[in-house]
Design a protein. Structure first.
Length: 135
């Protein structure tokens, strides 16, 4: 084979590899964005579910169980807040701080066997809906 033919084959292989890489990477950013959005939504829903479970426990006068649910909600919210900061959504992360404050109040009141924990939990749910991750 002549050097021109070898060079042509090498060039064709490099072009094919480059085209394959571009084609494979073309939809990846969209997939990553959708995956992040779904992860944020899952964390949001997990926190919301824990808050609702905590309120149900308060209705049943099970303050210990309610406190555990509020602790789980707090952990989920902190995780959600850090993810929001990672994707440069500082405004939403700041709104989570308001929710966290209400959750901490609800947990503290539940530990004191105070029925006002119900109001704090309701405020947390209302503040959570203002974050804007629900669809």
């Amino acid at each position: 084979m002549s050097p021109k033919a070898v060079g042509g084959v090498m060039l064709a292989v490099l072009v094919a590899i480059g085209a394959g890489w571009v084609w494979g990477a073309s939809g990846k950013s969209l997939v990553d964005l959708e995956r992040r959005r779904l992860e944020l939504r899952a964390d949001y829903e997990a926190a919301r579910a824990e808050l609702v479970d905590g309120r149900v426990s308060l209705f049943l006068n099970n303050f210990g169980d309610a406190s555990k649910h509020f602790e789980n909600a707090r952990l989920e919210l902190e995780h959600l807040q850090s993810k929001l900061r990672e994707v440069s959504q500082a405004e939403r992360a700041g709104r989570i701080e308001i929710v966290l404050s209400s959750v901490k109040d609800a947990q503290r009141l539940a530990a004191q066997l105070d029925a006002n924990a119900q109001n704090a939990a309701a405020a947390a749910l209302q503040a959570l809906s203002a974050v804007g991750l629900s669809e």
